[in-house]
Write a protein that binds this ligand. Sequence first.
Ligand code: SF4
Length: 345
Amino acid sequence: MITRSPALLQRPDREAQPLDVQSPWQTQLARAIRDPHELCRRLGLDDAWLPGAERGHALFEVRVPEAYLARMRPGDSRDPLLLQVLPVSAEAETTPGFVNDPLEEADHTPAPGLIQKYAGRVLLIASPACAVNCRYCFRRHFPYEQNAPSRVQWKKTLDYLRADATIHEAILSGGDPLASNDRQLAWLVERLDAIPHLTRLRVHTRLPVVIPDRIDAALLGWLAATRLQKVMVLHINHANEIDAAVVAACKKLRDAGVTLLNQSVLLRGINDDIETLAALSERLFAADILPYYLHVLDPVAGAAHFDVDDDQARELVAGLRRVLPGFLMPRLVREIPGEASKTPL
Ligand code: SF4
């Protein structure tokens, strides 16, 4: 079982400094539901879901924060938010072509916590944990234990960045980078800021969506302090994920000069129809977030039941184009290991 304990979040600076007093978002993170029985009970699901939930949980632990749970419809086993986080027995099935490391990231880690797949930018695994465990996650088998650098190791990674002037953008990823504490993030961003050839800081995160209180004064403080241009790529798959608290969190980010983009994953039974995708784009824009990518599923072991085939994906996007203005159209893409960029479908 993958266990991404919040205790790990403190690891990089644990050696050097005392633990922070918990912020409200950290308390919410620590109290996230981690028991499949509890998830089923809280949503009033039939006991018939339990064996599957236990089986899936044994492969990839359940994790759902209360703020996200509150947006689900009790008693509705087809709720599009629940389906993203509820473990099911299909996760134990083996499907040809669905593997543990579908993007072959293990071949692209030249320094601890660093993945370099594309020219000009690098991905930094800034946190080994997430606030929510999405069942279709392409990193559900990622060896986070080997990629959770201490500060000493981060210094080596920063040396690597300093030595390569072709790198202009640092992308904080994870896990979810915002699951790390602000002192650690401020420390890291300050050092990235000091590398002259870096111009942009990108943050890939789902935390402002699943725990909107994550966008607090401490986070806005280190964002405001950097000279780097700031882009945040959120991960939202359904309009129901965007409630008033998410809109308010996004406004704070926009006010802090952060460009907000969204990437979604096309998921069978969750957002694989034109009406749902159109509603998502409209809702994103109303929250000042631009639709960026619509990814077809990465073929990760345990997630084949979410797959939508390419022809259906293209048909959906053609239909979407008929009902949306161009600026609300996400780009339909696939990530292919070894390619120099995402591949349009
Ligand atoms: S938040 Fe992102 S990295 Fe974390 S489980 Fe979900 S999809 Fe994966």
